[in-house]
Design a protein around this ligand. Structure first.
Ligand code: GLA
Length: 404
């Protein structure tokens, strides 16, 4: 669907529901935010030394040069109570130097600093006071500390209306005049893709991601999301493509790339699909000890370029026979990223024709393999891929000369 069709469709759906299609224009997140977040590997076991060493690792591993920017401290940083003036304070046993000093350190490494709070009365896992009723004070505190990214969760939110609760924080952030990416983490419960584009730079479309292929199918929903394998999360994204775009992105949750529960091929597939979806790329592995192949996955500049394409049009699944899928994403230079994804247990052969991409039958695009970093030449009719189990083949096809 092109943007004009989307705008028309959004306008009619919005009129019916009394919502708005206007997108937040705070100048941030023109491409999907990239960074690292503490939750997936460390949960509540975080402290200032850990975050500092992760900022160092972002730089010396090359992640920063590859485009990763935000170092986000998730739940677990807050003191259990506010101070006498109502301000949030850091847990002194874990963050004795305070959050401003930590933000300064992250900035000194040329990176940006992100922080976590909750739209309800308490953070998930009771990890600290929520921001309900304190939005202006908390936004001002974050600005004073030098925060560049605010993730707001949805625990202890009984009785709250999601749209108005998140709008309060969004307005508080705008009023404070510090550029802060606003990341809504409402797990997709109240169809945030219909209202969050107007108030946020990204919104979770789903419960939590987990480092497994498809575990969690039977998990009962519980506050704090319901962790599921990334292929199940992927399945929930297919109707949402039209809602993301520059400045406002669907967020199918942070990456499990390099986490213990995924094979190397599964990590590669996960990363490729998040790039096809134009998803934020927020790594969650321990960057200080990542395997060389994981570093190659997270820093594959050609796949990152697909994710970060300035047109910001998400890809869609164009073919599926149950196990073997083909996804395609149109890119701003007129090329297509095409992803062959094998969910099965053995090799599959899969074929896209250029007509599937909307090109004429006599098109002869240049084709480049984005994982092998190899030019495959000009190819007529279409492209056939042989895809290993739980893996992907990813190409970029361009009808003119390719600039690589
Ligand atoms: C929820 C969120 C996660 C993480 C945890 C922290 O589950 O969805 O991303 O922030 O809370 O407790």
């Amino acid at each position: 669907m092109n943007r004009i069709t989307f705008t028309l469709m959004c306008a009619s759906v919005a009129a019916l529901l009394g919502l708005s299609c206007a997108a937040l224009e705070n100048g941030l997140a023109r491409t999907p935010p990239m960074g690292w977040n503490s939750w997936n590997s460390f949960e509540l076991n975080i402290n200032e030394d850990l975050i500092r060493s992760m900022a160092d690792a972002m730089v010396h591993t090359g992640m920063k040069d590859a485009g990763y920017q935000y170092v986000v401290v998730d739940a677990g940083w807050k003191n259990k109570t506010r101070d006498s003036s109502g301000k949030l304070v850091a847990d002194p046993s874990k963050f004795p130097s305070g959050m401003k000093a930590l933000a300064d350190y992250v900035h000194s490494r040329g990176l940006k600093f992100g922080i976590y709070t909750d739209a309800g009365t308490e953070d998930c896992d009771g990890a600290g006071p929520g921001s309900a009723g304190f939005e202006s004070l908390d936004a001002a505190t974050f600005a004073e500390w030098g925060v560049d990214f605010v993730k707001e969760d949805w625990c202890k939110s009984d009785g709250l209306n999601a749209r108005s609760a998140y709008t309060k924080m969004s307005e508080a952030i705008l009023a404070i005049h510090r550029p802060m990416v606003f990341s809504v983490c409402e797990w997709g419960d109240n169809q945030p893709w219909l209202w969050a584009p107007a108030i946020a730079n990204m919104w979770r479309t789903t419960g939590d991601n987990k480092d497994c292929w498809d575990c969690g199918q039977d998990t009962k929903r519980k506050p704090g999301g319901y962790p599921r394998g990334w292929t199940l999360i992927l399945d929930d994204q297919r109707a949402l493509q039209q809602y993301g775009g520059p400045g406002h992105w669907n967020d199918p949750d942070m990456l499990e790339v390099g986490r213990p529960g995924l094979s190397m091929e599964e990590s590669r597939a996960h990363f490729s699909l998040w790039a096809i979806l134009a998803a934020p790329l927020i790594a969650g592995n321990d960057l200080r000890s990542m395997h060389e192949q994981i570093a190659e996955i997270l820093m594959n500049k050609e796949v990152i370029a697909v994710d970060q394409d300035p047109a910001g049009i998400s890809g869609t699944r164009i073919k599926s026979d149950g196990l073997s899928e083909i996804w395609a994403r149109p890119l701003s230079d007129g090329s297509f990223a095409v992803l062959f994804f094998n969910r099965g247990q053995s090799y599959t052969e899969s074929r896209v024709t250029w007509r599937d991409l909307g090109w004429s039958a006599d098109a002869r695009p240049s084709v480049r393999d984005l994982w092998k970093h190899r030019q495959l030449g000009k190819i007529a009719h279409g492209f056939s891929a042989s895809v290993p189990s739980h893996s992907v083949v990813m190409i970029r096809a361009f009808e003119g000369p390719m600039a690589h």
